[in-house]
Design a protein around this ligand. Structure first.
Ligand code: ADP
Length: 618
C-alpha cells in the first residue's frame, strides 16, 4: 500500500508513535519489557564477572575458602537472576496479553465502530484493513514487529552499556613489553571500536537487507495469505458448505489459492536465503575477532586468565548489543511502511458532520420526516442510486416502498437512518436538517430489520434485547408479536437457549424464516418511533408471511412503519405506497389509486406478479 521507501527519521517517528501508544495504554507492558531486557542483559555479565573472579582465583592463589566464596557467588547470582528473569518474563507475557487486547480493541474494534458507515462500507477501507491483517500474519508487519523492536532495542541498549562498563579494562590494561606493546597504542581504542562497529554493522545489514528484499515477494505473499484466509473461511462457513459440496468448488478454489505458493517458496530461497546465510557467517567472524584481540593482549601479559574470561564475555555481548541495535534499525525501516498503513487506517477522519441538537423525546411520537429533492451517489460511483427524491411521511403512517431490485429502496432507508448523507438535497426531521441532531440520538428513533440482518450465537433473549440483562416479559411479548411464540415454546431453555452452535454445543440451529422473526422481535424490543422492515417476509413461508401481514398493524402499533417489498400483495394494507424505479419515485398513492393508473409502473408490476401467481396456481 505504501510503496515509497521510508526515511530513517520517518521510520523512527512511526515506531515511537507505536511505542507511545503502548506506554499510554499498557505502561506495565513497556515497564516489564524494559526490566526484562535489563535482567536479560545483566545476567550474562554477572555470570561473566563472577566466573572471571573464580578463574582468576583458580589460576592464582587457589585459596579454598576464597574459591568456595566465589563458587557460592556464581551459583547464588545465577540462581537469583534466573528467578528474576522468569518472574519478569511471566509478567511481560501477562502484560502482552493485555496489550494485544488493547490493540485489538482500540486499533480495530473501536475504530471500525466509530468510523463513518460510508467508510466502513467502502472497498478502499476494506482493502486497507485487509492489508494490515495480512501483513501481520505474513511477516508480523505493523504492531507485532514494533512490539518486538521494543524488546530488541531495550536488550541491545543494556547489552551495550554493560559491555562498555566491563570492557574498560580491556583497553586500559597495558602489555608490559614485546612486540605486542603495539596494542597499548591509544589508536587501538578507536581502531577496535571501528572494527566492532563495522563488523557489527555488516551482519545485521545483511540480515535486514534480506528482510527488506522481501517486499519483492510480499505483495504476492500477502495476496496469497488473503486467498488462504478466504479458502479457510469457505471451509468453515456452514452457509457456504452446501454450494461448495454441490458444485465441488473446493478443488477449484484451491487452485486459486495455490498461486500464492511460489511467493512463499521464493521467500526462503534466492537473495533472501543468501543474505541470511551471509549475515550468520559474519556473526561468527565477529565472535572470532573478539577472541583474537583479547587473547593477544593476554598473551602479551596485559592481564590474567580471569580477566580474559571477563573481556571475552563482555566484548562478545557488546558486539551482540551493537549488532542488535543495527538489526533494530533495519527492522524499524522494514516495519515502517506497515505502521504507516496502520496509521493511515487509524487516522481516517470521520467526515460526517455530527450535530449537537437532541431529538426531542416526544411521548406523542409526533415525528415528521421530509426528503427534499434528495439525490445520492455511493462514494466512488458515477451513477446516482437515488434522484430528486421528495416525500413526506408522518408518524403513525404505514408507508410501503416498492420497486424492482436495484431501484434504490434500501438506499432510501440508509439515507433515512443517516448511514450516508445525501449527495444533494436535505432530509428534515420535524423541519430540521437531520445532520444537526446528535447522531446517536437520531439513530435511537429507528428500528430497522435489514435484509441481511445478523443474529449472534448468543442466547435468544439477549439477541432480542441486545443486552445481557433484559426485561424477560417484554422480550417474550415481542417474540410473540413477531410470530415466534410456538417456536419459543419448543426452545429447550426458552429465552436462554443459545442460537447456533458456535459458542454452545446445545445451541439451536434456526431456519432463515425463524431468524427473520427474531430480527423483527429485536426491532420491536427497541421500541423506536420508526420501524423499518426491509423485505421482512422474504425468508418466511406463505403461512408465516400471511400471519405477519395479519398482525402488521398490531406489530407496528403507533409507530411509523416503512415497509419495503417487491411483493406488491404485501403492501396493499399500507396508507401510502411509493413506487421506486431507477432511483426515482415514479408514483405515490394508495393501492387502489395506483392500480387506477394503467400506464404506471405499479400497474405493470402488479400485473406481472398477479400473472405469475395465476399461472402457478393454474
Ligand atoms: P434495492 O434495495 O431497491 O434492491 P439498492 O438501494 O440496494 O436497491 O441499490 C440501488 C443501486 O445502488 C443499485 O444500482 C446498486 O447496485 C447500488 N448500490 C447499492 N449499494 C451500493 C454500494 N454500497 N456501493 C455502490 N453501489 C451500491
Amino acid at each position: 500500500m505504501n510503496e515509497e521507501k521510508m526515511t530513517l527519521k520517518e521510520s523512527v517517528r512511526l515506531t515511537l508513535r507505536a511505542w507511545c501508544f503502548y506506554w499510554k495504554n499498557t505502561p506495565r507492558f513497556v515497564l516489564s519489557t524494559v526490566l526484562w531486557a535489563l535482567a536479560d542483559a545483566v545476567s550474562p555479565y554477572a555470570v561473566v564477572w563472577f566466573s572471571a573472579r573464580l578463574v582468576a582465583e583458580l589460576s592464582d592463589a587457589r585459596d579454598p575458602q576464597a574459591l568456595a566464596v566465589d563458587v557460592a557467588w556464581v551459583l547464588g547470582v545465577t540462581a537469583l537472576l534466573t528467578l528474576v528473569r522468569s518472574v519478569l518474563l511471566h509478567w511481560k507475557s501477562v502484560e502482552r496479553e493485555q496489550l494485544n487486547w488493547q490493540l485489538g480493541h482500540d486499533c480495530f474494534m473501536e475504530k471500525q465502530m466509530s468510523m463513518d458507515y460510508a467508510d466502513e462500507d467502502s472497498q478502499q477501507v476494506y482493502d486497507l484493513y485487509n492489508f494490515i491483517q495480512q501483513s501481520e500474519s505474513f511477516c508480523s508487519g505493523g504492531n507485532p514487529n514494533a512490539v518486538a523492536l521494543l524488546d530488541s532495542v531495550s536488550a541491545a541498549v543494556f547489552r551495550i552499556l554493560g559491555g562498555a562498563v566491563l570492557s574498560v579494562g580491556l583497553f586500559t590494561a597495558r602489555v608490559p613489553a614485546g612486540p605486542l606493546t603495539v596494542l597499548n597504542s591509544p589508536l587501538c581504542v578507536p581502531a577496535v571500536l571501528v572494527l566492532i562497529l563495522a563488523v557489527a554493522w555488516l551482519s545485521p545489514v545483511c540480515a535486514s537487507s534480506a528482510g527488506i528484499s522481501s517486499p519483492d515477494i510480499e505483495e504476492e505473499g500477502r495476496w496469497g495469505n488473503r486467498l488462504w484466509a478466504f479458502l479457510m473461511g469457505v471451509c468453515r462457513d456452514d452457509k457456504k458448505a452446501l454450494d461448495v459440496r454441490m458444485y465441488d468448488q473446493f478443488e477449484f478454489l484451491k487452485d486459486h489459492a495455490a498461486v500464492s505458493m511460489p511467493a512463499f517458496e521464493r521467500a526462503r530461497k534466492g537473495k533472501f536465503g543468501i543474505l541470511n546465510a551471509t549475515g550468520n557467517a559474519v556473526s561468527a567472524l565477529l565472535m572470532g575477532l573478539a577472541y583474537l584481540f583479547v587473547c593477544l593482549k593476554a598473551y602479551g601479559g596485559a592481564f590474567g586468565l580471569g580477566a580474559v574470561t571477563q573481556y571475552v564475555g563482555a566484548a562478545t555481548n557488546f558486539f551482540v548489543g551493537i549488532g542488535g541495535l543495527f538489526t533494530a534499525v533495519g527492522d524499524c525501516r522494514f516495519n515502517a511502511p506497515y505502521l504507516k498503513t496502520l496509521y493511515d487506517y487509524l487516522d481516517l477522519p470521520n467526515k460526517m458532520y455530527k450535530g449537537s441538537l437532541t431529538t426531542e423525546k416526544r411521548s406523542d411520537r409526533q415525528y415528521t420526516v421530509e426528503f427534499l429533492d434528495v439525490s445520492f451517489r455511493y462514494p466512488g460511483s458515477e451513477q446516482y442510486a437515488l434522484r430528486h427524491l421528495s416525500m413526506t411521511f408522518k408518524v403513525g403512517e404505514r408507508l410501503a416502498v416498492v420497486g424492482m431490485n436495484g431501484s434504490g429502496k434500501t438506499t432510501f432507508i440508509k439515507l433515512l437512518c443517516r448511514l450516508y448523507d445525501p449527495t444533494e438535497g436535505v432530509i428534515l426531521l420535524n423541519g430540521i436538517d437531520i445532520r444537526k441532531y446528535r447522531y446517536d440520538e437520531y439513530m435511537d428513533i429507528f428500528s430497522v430489520v435489514f435484509q441481511d440482518f445478523k443474529l449472534f450465537a448468543l442466547p435468544l433473549g439477549q439477541n432480542v434485547a441486545t443486552a445481557q440483562h433484559y426485561d424477560v416479559a417484554r422480550a417474550a411479548d415481542c417474540l410473540q408479536k413477531a410470530g415466534f411464540s410456538d417456536r419459543l415454546a419448543r426452545m429447550p431453555k426458552g429465552l436462554d437457549t443459545c442460537l447456533y452452535k458456535d459458542l454452545d454445543e446445545d445451541g439451536v440451529t434456526i431456519s432463515g424464516g425463524e431468524a427473520q422473526k427474531i430480527a423483527i422481535a429485536r426491532a420491536l424490543y427497541k421500541d423506536a418511533p420508526f420501524i423499518v422492515l426491509d423485505e421482512p417476509t422474504a425468508a418466511l413461508d406463505p403461512v408465516a408471511e400471511a400471519e405477519i401481514y395479519a398482525k402488521f398493524n398490531e406489530i407496528a402499533g403507533d409507530k411509523t412503519a416503512i415497509y419495503i417489498s417487491h411483493r406488491l400483495s404485501s403492501c396493499k394494507f399500507c396508507d401510502e405506497i411509493a413506487v421506486f424505479d431507477h432511483g426515482e419515485v415514479v408514483q405515490q398513492g394508495t393501492h387502489e389509486e395506483l392500480l387506477g393508473e394503467p400506464d404506471g409502473k405499479y400497474y405493470e408490476l402488479w400485473n406481472a406478479q398477479a400473472q405469475y401467481y395465476t399461472e402457478e396456481s393454474a
